[in-house]
Design a protein around this ligand. Structure first.
Ligand SMILES: Cc1cc2nc3c(=O)[nH]c(=O)nc-3n(C[C@H](O)[C@H](O)[C@H](O)COP(=O)(O)OP(=O)(O)OC[C@H]3O[C@@H](n4cnc5c(N)ncnc54)[C@H](O)[C@@H]3O)c2cc1C
Length: 432
């Protein structure tokens, strides 16, 4: 088979890349060591779709991507015998706190981008979330720290509600949908196949070597290997030159039953609460899913992507008890349930969508726990970047500008460069 592009990985971003490149006329092959699309870190994703980021470009990208989720079936243009993933557009409330500077910057970014939002005072919050205790507990602490569970005397007085948000009920299925859409356009997927080396010829990438010793050739190779991205970049010999690097970061997400008296699945929404450093979203079966917003008191555990502790630790207890400060009637189960998996964290929690120092070798990585929502738009942007570079343009010197069609705005892809300085505007957390 004469290939134009090899895509390493078939998570939500790799599969989207297969779809967008096939649509654009490239002959693509996605290679994955797992057995199906979306079975890597994508399957662990909370799959929250939100439009507020700490940077204008981050928000612009997310808002553009939102329209694909909203019109998921039309975007795919195919049926999938596994079913079609569902986007629950319940909205997202972000508490206004000292930690996020009362969202001044976010509101200004959203106004610039015409992203709709509503300002809620404490009365509206109480009406929408009657079980919520609005006392303030900041800064977030660990259970065994002095003062845990004690209010600091102030309270949460307001929040901003973004209606163009929510979550996808089955992230793995959404990647499978993208696989089906790619296949309908001629894209090919090869599973249970591990890439163990990147092959180069005459200063250019020329293919990959698989663990089975098979060599597959293509003039373009893209690293979309999620938490294994740093290994693939090392194989290609491009890691040294990168100013922003990527590392697998261990994460726990707790699933707990909703307390009685409020149906989160029917009446709830996504909530980001920097006062207790938790984000939550409804989960089917009457559950709530609790993630961490990476407060300073928690240590960051960088691990090997193939060898890490998949059991819950006291991090689970900390996240659940932090949320119980906000919802005192939360029942805390004796058996820990949820997910332990990895972010592919970049140095500034902003992804890398870029070329590399090796001609023909590209990367979409460093997704830092916040790029599920951007899979489709990141893939379209990468198609544009590949066309730009392969026609002889120097993206490092003259960054490619991508047009965000739905929101009518240009985005300079230098923002996602591997050579950038650490972005000082970033939240340095999963919030991006
Ligand atoms: C716990 C958790 C919660 C999250 N919550 C959210 C959220 O709410 N909202 C949001 O926007 N984002 C969220 N994210 C982030 C989002 O899920 C990821 O950014 C996204 O799923 C990454 O997709 P991917 O395709 O790049 O990587 P992956 O899904 O990890 O896919 C990479 C693939 O590469 C394959 N691979 C790796 N190495 C090799 C090799 N050598 N050879 C062959 N194949 C290889 C793997 O098998 C894997 O299938 C979360 C992530 C986690 C872990």
């Amino acid at each position: 088979m004469d290939l134009d592009v090899i895509i390493i990985g078939s998570g939500v971003i790799g599969a989207a890349m297969g779809f967008e490149l096939s649509k654009a006329g490239f002959k693509t092959l996605n290679i994955d060591r797992n057995h199906d699309a979306g079975t890597g870190s994508t399957s662990a994703s909370c799959a929250i779709i939100r439009v507020h980021y700490s940077t204008l470009d981050g928000s612009a990208l997310a808002y553009e991507g939102y329209f694909d989720w909203k019109n998921w079936k039309d975007y795919l243009g195919v049926e999938d015998d596994h079913g079609i993933a569902k986007f629950v557009e319940c909205g997202c409330l972000v508490m206004e706190t000292e930690q996020n500077e009362f969202l001044k910057k976010h509101k200004s970014i959203c106004s610039t981008l015409n992203i709709p939002f509503e300002e809620w005072d404490s009365r509206i919050i109480k009406k929408k979330l009657p079980l919520y205790n609005q006392e303030s507990f900041a800064p977030a602490k660990r259970i065994d720290q002095d003062g845990f569970g004690e209010t600091n005397g102030s309270s949460i007085n307001s929040g901003v509600f973004f209606p163009t948000g929510g979550y996808v009920t089955d992230p793995q299925l959404s990647a499978h949908n993208l696989r089906s859409a790619a296949e309908a356009k001629g894209g090919v997927f090869k599973f249970n196949s591990e890439v163990v080396d990147i092959i180069k010829y005459n200063g250019k990438v020329s293919g990959v070597l698989l663990a089975s010793n098979e060599v597959i050739n293509a003039p373009i190779v893209i690293n979309v290997a999620g938490p294994a991205s740093f290994k693939i970049n090392k194989m290609a010999g491009v890691e040294e030159e990168m100013n922003i690097k990527t590392r697998p970061l261990r994460q726990e997400v707790a699933h707990v039953p909703q307390p009685s008296g409020f149906n989160f699945e029917a009446d709830g929404f996504v909530v980001s609460d920097s006062d207790i450093s938790c984000y939550v979203r409804p989960e089917h079966g009457g559950n709530i899913l609790i993630g961490s917003e990476d407060p300073e008191c928690d240590s960051r555990e960088f691990v090997d992507d193939l060898n890490f502790n998949t059991e819950f630790t006291d991090q689970w207890d900390n996240q659940v008890h932090r949320y119980a400060q906000r919802v005192p009637t939360l029942g805390i189960p004796s058996r820990r349930k949820g997910i332990v998996d990895l972010y592919d964290a970049s140095d500034d929690w902003i992804p890398i969508y870029d070329k590399s120092s090796l001609n023909g070798f590209y990367m979409a990585c460093g997704t830092s726990g916040n790029q599920y929502k951007n899979a489709t738009i990141a893939a379209r942007m990468m198609v544009g970047l590949i066309n730009y570079c392969e026609s002889g343009n120097d993206h490092d010197l003259h960054p490619y500008e991508f047009y965000l069609e739905k929101i009518g705005r240009k985005l300079n892809m230098g923002f996602f460069s591997r050579l950038r300085k650490v972005n000082p505007e970033s939240s340095n957390s999963v919030l991006g």
